[in-house]
Design a protein around this ligand. Sequence first.
Ligand code: OGA
Ligand code: MN
Length: 279
Amino acid sequence: MGLRQEQLGGHMAAAVTGLDLNDQLDEPTQATLIEALHTNLVLCIRGQSLAPVPFRNAMARFGTPMLRKQLAQTTECAEVNIISSEDRDELGDGRKLVNGASWHTDDSFMRAPCSLTMLYGVVVPSSGGDTQFINMYAAYDDLPAETRARIDKLKVVHKYESSRRTGRVAKRPKAEMAAMPEAIHPLVRTHPETGRKALYLNPNRMEQVAGLDRVESDKLLDALIAHAIQPKYQYRHVWQQGDVVIWDNRCTMHKANADYPAGERRLMHRVIVAGTEPF
Ligand code: OGA
Ligand code: MN
């Protein structure tokens, strides 16, 4: 079976079929996947059947896997986390918690956020549970030239529990919170691999634009968010069991949907990898 690629969302997202990530891919095939990810921002590799260790090893060809102790880890491999319909806010109110239910980019509250996130659909509901994405290159490119010039050099403080947040976030132990002090990131990021500029927003984690007063900062961030989340910049991924979806957090936002039928399960295995940028 040869490798086949198809476009999914028109302006972003592609799917490939005809490869097994349990195999050691040859260099040209791996280079094709990385190129497809850079061009399409979201890459779906269909039809996989992967135990945690082979999943981690396949993803390690895209970057260095990072440990994420805040999420449940598989017993087979600590670098493979579990995102599940059974997730609860264990230390908080104990209620069901949907990780990533509002627009975000992963890890922006950290000083060195992961570059890529990989989700593997182990159990996919019969309908719903889609993951939505936004093309943040396109959102940036479409801004008026004056806005781009105004924001190009600005930086934003990001925090785990920002005062602007609208979504619920899982309660964390005090020691963990202390180890996650605020981080400051550019509002416009230049992608280290593609050289393209992207808006770097995280509505739930951004606290304030450095150097602007609170009112001005809120006004700017609200306007940029409203611009970026327009449907024309979005792609909605409808999961098939066995999909491995890789996205680039440096030039996308994404959002989970908990709209699948009550009583149905959704189980994802997750790996994140570090970028090559110095932080
Ligand atoms: C994540 C995430 C979305 C989903 O794993 O970072 O936001 O649809 N997941 O599960
Ligand atoms: Mn996420």
